[in-house]
Write a protein that binds this ligand. Structure first.
Ligand SMILES: [Zn+2]
Length: 126
């Protein structure tokens, strides 16, 4: 609320007053000031809304970035765990392959021995 000079008597009058309290002159300037006040208020509200929107956008962006990072970390962890599991199972299967090879070689050797012995026996039986 500002004080303005009355155009008739020159006394200080509130800009919100409709009439001068001293001479009763209608204060016309206050209409314009009220409009200015209203414009300023609208501008202020618009700025407030913009700031709020910007804040909310930043919040949402930050949250999204955090969530994205969390999921990326989770994915990396899961992938790492899966890789570790896979390498473990590979180690196990490599061990199994070695044992199977040894067993097959031994079995093959035994078969050769048996075949040789059978051949000798059959030759001696003639
Ligand atoms: Zn006046």
């Amino acid at each position: 609320m500002a004080l303005i000079k009355c155009l008739e008597c020159g006394k200080d009058v509130s800009s919100k007053a409709h009439f001068c309290p001293s001479c009763g002159n209608p204060i016309k300037i206050n209409r314009a000031e009220e409009r200015e006040d209203a414009s300023a208020l609208i501008a202020e509200k618009a700025v407030d809304a913009s700031v709020l929107l910007a804040e909310k956008t930043v919040d949402a962006s930050t949250l999204l970035a955090e969530k994205t990072q969390e999921s990326a970390e989770l994915l990396a962890e899961t992938t790492k765990e899966a890789a570790v599991e896979l390498s473990k199972s590979k180690e196990i299967s490599v061990k199994w392959m070695r044992w199977m090879t040894i067993v097959l070689v031994v079995v093959g050797f035994i078969q050769i021995v048996i075949a040789t012995v059978a051949l000798f026996i059959s030759l001696q039986l003639r």
